[in-house]
Design a protein around this ligand. Structure first.
Ligand code: AMP
Length: 398
């Protein structure tokens, strides 16, 4: 996974234009950007390219205009916001191809920065249309891909441009790929995976891939209920996919064949209501009443996870261990995240996490900064955990 070219491999870029795919699909409310994390993430790449002498022409999607010029999905306000983050002017062009874009790039000063309009204003973007790829590629000399979060999509701006221009990984992409490689590519063993969340059905491929790669697979959250039920436990009125009993059993069989230990909760926190601070009790596996639901793992489970963490060298985490948005059902997620964070901070554990609610859960636990790496990519991170080749990463290997 690390056999791709980096910006340094491009050498001197003086007088060249680096067409750079970033993820500026930022959250916006009333025309204002509410979180500039993705803008900040692009700074290092843009500065590295300018340092090599290049003009930087930024490409991104924004929202889902589906091939129409929907003004509510224009990147124009993002150009101003990025200029603030850069502390340097950022031009904007209302097209990402054609004569206007060419002229705007030519007009830039040496090492100038320009943001081009939403690539998804063209329907060809999401179809990886070869003509659109050729048209956009005309604007640049090299293609720099820095949006791992979009790398699971075979689009013009993630894949097609690499057919026309020499392709390099940007700094964020490089960091992401190195961290993911350290966690599942060529990891230091033992490797422990924690997979939680609501449903097994959304993570079947992921579980199947992990059992063949990791030494311990901890299953938590609503997903654990499905595995407990498949093992014959009574889970009361818990969230549970009883129809996936055979799937759960097959995953257990494959785990055993691969020498992967599946770790399920050994104690439970149950309540009769799905609500914050609902009256609750901590019980053993065989004590769930018919009108109770499992909303978190108990303290003995956390102790077990901590002891596995003590022996593990690498941890990969996706999904919460319980209904972490509601106190006190966040307890197991918070305690386990803190334990992992502390071990990562002291250098005992390589701890990588990502995907949807995981970032929110680790932030909630105050453990996010202590993890070795946290991916903010949702779908791309999950597809990578499923063991799939990501087209936007494969394109960089050409
Ligand atoms: P996912 O999007 O699949 O990662 O699932 C995250 C969601 O699973 C969060 O909103 C949690 O509240 C929810 N969740 C975790 N454990 C449980 C549980 N035992 N019962 C119901 N929901 C849960």
């Amino acid at each position: 996974m690390t056999d791709f070219k980096r910006i340094e491999d491009a050498g001197d870029l003086t007088g060249k234009v680096a067409l750079t795919r970033v993820d500026f699909n930022v959250p916006m409310a009333d025309g204002k950007i509410t979180d500039d994390t993705r803008l900040v993430a692009a700074v290092e790449t843009v500065n590295a390219l300018r340092g090599a002498g290049a003009k930087v022409a930024l490409l991104s999607h924004f929202g889902r205009p589906k091939g129409t010029r929907d003004p509510s999905m224009s990147l124009k306000p993002v150009a101003q916001a990025f200029a603030k983050v850069m502390g340097h002017p950022v031009s904007f062009c209302e097209d990402c191809k054609g004569e206007d874009a060419k002229a705007a790039i030519t007009a830039l000063e040496e090492t100038g920065i320009i943001l081009l309009e939403n690539t998804r204003y063209y329907a060809g973007e999401e179809k990886n249309d070869p003509q659109l790829a050729a048209d956009i590629a005309e604007l640049g000399d090299v293609f720099v891909s820095d949006a791992f979060s979009a790398a699971h999509r075979a689009h013009v701006s993630t894949v097609g441009l690499a057919d026309h221009l020499p392709a390099y990984a940007g700094k964020s992409m490089e960091r992401e790929l190195s961290a993911l490689n350290a966690a599942l590519g060529k990891p230091q063993r033992p490797v422990m995976a924690v997979v939680g969340g609501a449903k097994v059905s959304s993570k079947i491929d992921l579980l199947k891939n992990l059992v063949s790669k990791v030494d311990y697979l901890v299953i938590g959250g609503g997903m654990a209920n499905t595995f407990l039920a498949a093992r014959g436990e009574d889970v009361g009125k818990s969230l549970c996919e009883h129809d996936l009993k055979d799937t759960a059993n097959a995953i257990e069989v494959n785990a055993e064949k691969s020498g992967c230990e599946i770790v399920l909760p050994v104690d439970l926190v149950v309540a009769k209501e799905f609500a914050a601070n609902a009256p609750h009790r901590t019980i053993g596996l065989d004590e769930v009443e018919a009108d109770e639901m499992i909303l978190d793992a108990g303290p003995a489970t956390v102790t077990r996870l901590e002891s596995i963490m003590d022996s593990a060298s690498t941890l990969i985490w996706n999904g919460p261990l319980g209904a972490f948005e509601m106190e006190p059902f966040d307890a197991a997620t918070v305690a386990a995240a803190k334990a992992a964070g502390a071990r990562a901070k002291s250098g005992e554990l390589i701890a990588v996490a990502g995907g949807g609610d995981t970032v929110a859960a680790l932030n909630h636990a105050g453990a996010a900064e202590d993890f070795t790496f946290i991916s903010t990519a949702g779908g791309a991170f999950l597809e990578w955990m499923e063991g799939k080749d990501l087209p936007g990463v494969e394109a960089l290997k050409k």
